[in-house]
Design a binder for this molecule. Sequence first.
Ligand code: A3D
Length: 320
Amino acid sequence: MARKKIALIGGGMIGGTLAHLVGLKELGDVVIFDIVDGMPQGKALDLAESSPVEGFDAKLAGTSEYAGIEGADVVIVTAGVPRKPGMSRDDLLEINLKVMGQVGAGIRKYAPDAFVICITNPLDAMVWALQKASGLPAEKVVGMAGVLDSARFRYFLAEEFGVSVEDVTAFVLGGHGDSMVPLARYSTVAGIPVPDLIAMNWTTKARLDEIIQRTRDGGAEIVGLLKTGSAYYAPASSAIAMAESYLKDKKRVLPCAAHLNGQYGVKDLYVGVPVVIGSGGVERVVEIELDKDEKALFQASMKTVEDLVQRSRELAPDLG
Ligand code: A3D
């Protein structure tokens, strides 16, 4: 069986980490595309030279031509500008919309059968723009945010409870950003819902609220520490989990920014919801019951996504 081909559009901090993970996990051959002269080629060669030591077999190449991504099975998009301290994800809207237009055209021409994962911020608007610009079926274009947001929630909960991260599941809905909705009652330790753990005195409601707020601010916390860019290790791991589920038809249930067409009362928007990812792409959107408070938070989050997409439509009317 021929190796799979994974194209990484954007070879910056996340792109380089993605290439490393694809190699270490032997998911396939890698092409890194970037507009910076020599950088994607340099990173690809450096990573290829690590393969004898790590013991993985993969071809790694860098390119600045879209033809290089031809026939890719998976395309992961990080092209654009990351947040600087004090900048909101929304500030990136205009510049990264133009980038999505170029990237979408490249995918449309050279990798129309790929499963496309968008990471570029502001995520919910960029994945929407990328789907429109590429013209790919909506179930083949998805945004990475929920896996990262829920990983942060899981990590903080595991620290709080003094248990393995492996035994903590967490649930985050809605847009990526300050309005995301971490759902405590669907978050568990070995199946025990977090509200029950409060009743068992494992933590308090006040501590849980602090953890939820820290999860919402998770991206900004890293930006504040790094000062020169945003998080890249955990975002890359999160996108790889999605790519792996597609490539291996694992049918994992992962929170992703998926195209909704009526589910959760939302039309033609990308929003963070649990989905099943298999060889068909997004094979199913899982629609859970929300209580009154959760619904209100979800709707507020939806409103911010809607506003962002509306502004995107105004800035790039050709996207539709
Ligand atoms: P960075 O290291 O700057 O890499 C971005 C790369 O994109 C650079 O190498 C650029 O040269 C390249 N690039 C710029 N314009 C183009 C273009 N037109 N075509 C191809 N390549 C181009 O950033 P990063 O890797 O740290 O982050 C990438 C993106 O991910 C940013 O938009 C971040 O805001 C976003 N991000 C999202 C999350 C989510 O959870 C959604 C988390 C972390 C970062």
